[in-house]
Design a protein around this ligand. Structure first.
Ligand SMILES: Cc1cc2nc3c(=O)[nH]c(=O)nc-3n(C[C@H](O)[C@H](O)[C@H](O)COP(=O)(O)OP(=O)(O)OC[C@H]3O[C@@H](n4cnc5c(N)ncnc54)[C@H](O)[C@@H]3O)c2cc1C
Length: 367
């Protein structure tokens, strides 16, 4: 078979590009090393509940073009992300807002909250914060840092906040309104029926081959391709010849509770004490307002990453950024390969940004 495009990876970047190319009459083949489509936004229906298998995903954007685009493939519900933080046996609303402050200090007005935060910021103020702890206290004061940031961040990065660089948190949004909506974006929601259906709709009518890696596929196929869209790890494409780009990884522990209808009353509860080993528990049924039999929860454990593990978050420190630049120079020389998506360009993207980037690539490529 002769194809115009081989698309490596059936995540959002690959699926959007494939859809755009196919709609312009191009013949595409999408392959993926996993046995399912949709990459990290893959959801599987279990007991009538759409379970987010690679971490909880909430779609949010202020980009009207992207919002209209995703709505062509799925109907979105009106889920609003309003996580709760659990510190010991205390529960706090997130993001940091008047509900959080009222619970923490027993105060009622924005003025009272502002006064406490300003005083605590002044106490801990450092002109040039030398680590994440100093930076966080300078931004939000000691109480919020101690209860809601310190343990959580330590678990996320596997290091004490005093050993982490200050630049990791440039800003910590603090809201002086009673508003628990985590995102400031104009549009937000979860695709009804799960993300896998959304990607299935994007890939309708397009050839898809699952359970095969790029290298194995290329070695064993007689098909031909004019171009490759590559959304796997850029260093792996070049056989790690310059070294390995590093990631933080995650381990998910899923539990089905047939006799429990509602485990925690919210989709996401963050565990902010250092002595609880996981960072959060997701209760999937709440993304779709409680439908399903029993409940499914997932505990999320951040973990060290080593080659072969699932890569989740790029570690954009100086070493990795400069290594990526060297790989990018090699990638630029591959005339018939376009690198895209979070692994192809070694960058964390939210879903809306990855869609925008795939649409832009498609527009340039298919013009
Ligand atoms: C824990 C977590 C939570 C997140 N939550 C949100 C959220 O709430 N909201 C939001 O907007 N964004 C969220 N994101 C970001 C979101 O997951 C990404 O924007 C999106 O999944 C990126 O799509 P992609 O196509 O670039 O990559 P992926 O989805 O990773 O797709 C790449 C695909 O390529 C395949 N592949 C890789 N290498 C090869 C190879 N050699 N051969 C064949 N196939 C290969 C992989 O199997 C994979 O299916 C979250 C990310 C994480 C890690």
């Amino acid at each position: 078979m002769k194809y115009d495009y081989l698309i490596v990876g059936s995540g959002l970047f690959g699926a959007v590009f494939a859809h755009e190319a196919a709609s312009k009459g191009k013949k595409c083949l999408v392959i993926d090393k996993r046995n399912n489509i949709a990459g990290n936004i893959y959801t599987a229906e279990e007991h009538g509940i759409n379970v987010h298998k690679y971490g909880a995903h909430i779609f949010h954007t202020s980009d009207r073009k992207v919002w209209d685009y995703v709505n062509e493939f799925a109907e979105f519900n009106n889920f609003i992300n309003a996580p709760v933080a659990k510190y010991g046996d205390e529960l706090y609303n997130l993001p940091f807002n008047m509900n959080t402050f009222s619970k923490m200090w027993g105060i009622q007005t924005p003025e009272e909250a502002r006064k406490i935060i300003d005083e605590q910021k002044k106490d801990g103020f450092k002109e040039n914060p030398e680590n994440l702890e100093e930076q966080a206290i300078s931004l939000v004061g000691k109480d919020i840092y101690e209860k809601l940031i310190k343990g959580y961040t330590q678990k996320q990065w596997g290091r004490k906040c005093t050993e982490l660089p200050a630049f990791i948190i440039k800003r910590l949004p603090v809201r002086f309104t009673f508003d628990n909506n985590y995102f400031n974006d104009r549009y937000q929601g979860i695709p009804v029926g799960g993300y896998t259906k959304l990607v299935e709709n994007m890939l309708k009518g397009i050839d898809v081959k699952l359970g095969v890696t790029y290298k194995d596929f290329i070695a064993g196929t007689d098909d031909t391709f004019d171009k490759v869209i590559y959304t796997g790890p850029v260093d792996e494409y070049f056989d790690f010849r310059l070294g390995t780009l590093e990631y933080r990884s995650l381990r998910f522990e899923e539990e089905y509770m047939p006799d429990c209808d509602n485990f925690q009353g919210n989709a996401a509860v963050n565990y902010t004490s250092a002595d609880v080993p996981y960072t959060r528990i997701i209760e999937h049924k709440h993304f779709e307002f409680g439908k399903g039999d029993g409940t499914v929860i997932t505990r999320e454990y951040p973990s060290e990453w080593k080659p072969g593990d699932e890569p989740y978050y790029p570690v954009n420190n100086d070493r990795n950024n400069s290594l990526y630049e060297q790989y990018k120079a090699l990638a630029d020389e591959e005339k018939n390969v376009i690198f895209g998506g979070r692994l192809g360009v070694y960058k964390y993207f939210d879903m809306d940004k990855v869609i925008a980037s795939a649409l832009e690539t498609a527009e340039k490529e298919l013009a």
